[in-house]
Design a protein around this ligand. Structure first.
Ligand code: KIV
Length: 272
């Protein structure tokens, strides 16, 4: 290993906890392949999530349900090869942990062993708590995910804001406490009112990472394709697009096509 690589201080779950304690916000983004993961890590991202959103943005499905454990391991392996610093968390896909806690543990062990990832993420609260505990008992760090949980989209019916009503908000607060008590190192809160998210972040000691959950939480996560403007027709209110790569890439490809047709590419300097 080169000296430079050896000197890189890796992000740990313990460090994320310290960041919350000293009020330093945590940055998290998704990545599903080697090239993007390398750029994100080089830029200094704290956490990379190999999200099951790969089902949407990489495979073109309209939900996260179809992606399999084998697919997630493939994506995680590619990401891990690129990362020197960030903590890499991998989503347990739909159907790989809800059945029973032994199956959940088997799935989490496969991810950790076969990809070299550092932690797993599960969606849900009381419904999956036995699975979370079983995985934690094997020494595998677990991140929770509450609010809009896309693996339950057919139960919700829509991708609208969750926990606006008192009953659902109260259950979410209880679930966050349950996940903390079980030993989860962090929780993602997706698409819930900002005041509720702030209340959760203030009432538990582990970091709360928001997506569409306002600024009062301990960190933020976005899907990288959304942030870069690669996804074409997705512009929820919570999303800030930092680039418009869809048209940048399209323009570049259109120019390449023109140059090939016009025999302008390759020119004399671009050949042997
Ligand atoms: O799969 C994913 O990308 C996620 C984030 C939206 C948090 O779970």
């Amino acid at each position: 290993m080169s000296t430079a690589k050896k000197d890189i201080k890796k992000v740990t779950t313990h460090q994320l906890q310290e960041m919350k304690t000293r009020g330093e916000k945590i940055s998290m983004l998704t990545a599903y392949d080697y090239s993007f993961a390398q750029i994100l890590d080089d830029a200094g991202i704290d956490v990379i999530l190999v999200g099951d959103s790969a089902s949407n943005v990489m495979a073109g499905h309209d939900s996260t349900l179809p992606i399999t454990l084998d697919h997630m391991i493939y994506h995680a392996q590619s990401v891990i090869r690129a990362v020197d610093r960030a903590l890499v968390v991998v989503d347990l896909p739909f159907g790989s942990y809800q059945g029973n806690s032994s199956e959940a543990l088997r799935s989490a062990i496969r991810i950790m062993k076969e990809s070299g990832a550092h932690a797993v993420k599960l969606e849900g609260g009381s419904e999956i708590i036995e699975s979370a505990k079983r995985i934690l008992s094997a020494g595998i760090p677990v991140m929770g995910h509450l609010g809009l949980i896309p693996q339950s989209i057919y139960k919700f019916g829509t991708y609208t804001v969750r926990a606006k009503e008192k009953e659902e908000a109260e259950k979410l607060i209880q679930d966050a406490k349950l996940l903390e008590e079980a030993g989860c190192f962090a929780i993602v809160l997706e698409k819930i009112p900002a005041t509720l998210a702030t209340q959760v972040a203030q009432s538990i000691n582990i970091p709360v990472i928001g997506i569409g959950a306002g600024s009062g939480v301990d960190g933020q996560v976005l899907v990288i394709h959304d942030l870069l403007g690669i996804t074409k027709e997705f512009s929820p209110r919570f999303l800030r697009r930092y680039l418009n790569l869809y048209s940048e890439i399209k323009n570049g490809v259109s120019q390449y096509i023109k140059d090939v047709k016009a025999v302008d590419f390759p020119n004399d300097k671009e050949q042997y």
